[in-house]
Design a protein around this ligand. Structure first.
Ligand code: ADP
Ligand code: MG
Length: 242
């Protein structure tokens, strides 16, 4: 059992405070949905957790099993067990998916003898054409293929915790269902803890949250169970002021 603990996290971007005191505790196997209006700071939260350049933490802490993640560069956070599926997956010309996964396995000290088979099995499981694995990361892929590709990597790397930033943006309903179900399966099979950032309750039909949090103006203003997502769908964000 692992714990990701975020305490009183404040962060600025371009001199402006965007995260104004985030508190969140996620345990292995739990799904926490974070919902909030445009500009609330959801992607900023994802970027700060992963250590993206340009985002400055001004106070607070992020710990994984008591280890300070904020002191680490991004790659070390990933090796420690934190994984981000970006809202808009980056295209990386010249870096091939299979090589990327191989390097990531090596960095985690895993034997790569069974990797090729595992990649094909995972690609097929998520309806991602295994031939695309030999191509450059996300280059010339459709929105749905990019998210399938990213979700396949998540499944292969088996992080302790994943942040999924609007998994539902830029893909059709079939791809959304496949990706959401694969992540849901990982929470059950591998005890993945997931932070699921979304605008829409629809995603949460396949990726079932244990907790729902409403993020407004850089902090969580309300937390509850899955019923909170339904209330939000009915009443909109206006009912939750920052
Ligand atoms: P959300 O994902 O909830 O829609 P974001 O975290 O993307 O919101 O953005 C929150 C606020 O931070 C917005 O006002 C946005 O303009 C600002 N912001 C985010 N990233 C940057 C950046 N790199 N430079 C300047 N402003 C940024
Ligand atoms: Mg966003």
């Amino acid at each position: 059992m692992s714990v990701l603990e975020i305490r009183n996290l404040r962060a600025t971007v371009a001199g402006k405070e965007i995260l104004t005191g985030m508190n969140l505790t996620v345990r292995s196997g739990e799904v926490h949905a974070i919902m909030g209006p445009n500009g609330a700071g959801k992607s900023t939260f994802s970027a700060v957790l992963m250590g993206k350049r340009g985002y400055e933490v001004t106070s607070g802490s992020v710990e994984l099993d008591g280890v300070d993640l904020l002191a680490m560069p991004t790659w070390q956070r990933a090796v420690a067990g934190l994984h981000l599926v970006m809202q808009y997956p980056t295209e990386v010309p010249g870096v091939h998916v299979d090589e990327l996964i191989e390097q990531a396995w090596r960095a985690r000290g895993r034997s790569t003898t069974e990797l090729a088979g595992a990649v094909v099995a995972e690609a097929e499981r998520i309806n991602f054409d295994p031939r695309l694995v030999q191509r450059a990361v996300n280059v010339d892929l459709s929105g749905g293929e990019k998210k399938r590709n990213e979700t396949m990597q998540l499944a292969l790397l088996k992080p302790k915790f994943a942040i999924l930033d609007e998994l539902d943006s830029g893909l059709d309903v079939d791809a959304l269902r496949d990706c959401a179900r694969r992540v849901e399966d990982a929470t059950n099979e591998d005890s993945l803890g997931a932070i699921v950032v979304t605008h829409y309750a629809r995603l949460l039909e396949d990726l079932k949250p244990d907790f729902v949090h409403i993020l407004v103006k850089g902090r969580i203003v309300e937390s509850g169970g899955p019923e909170l997502a339904d209330r939000l769908e009915a009443d909109g964000y206006a009912a939750f002021s920052g």
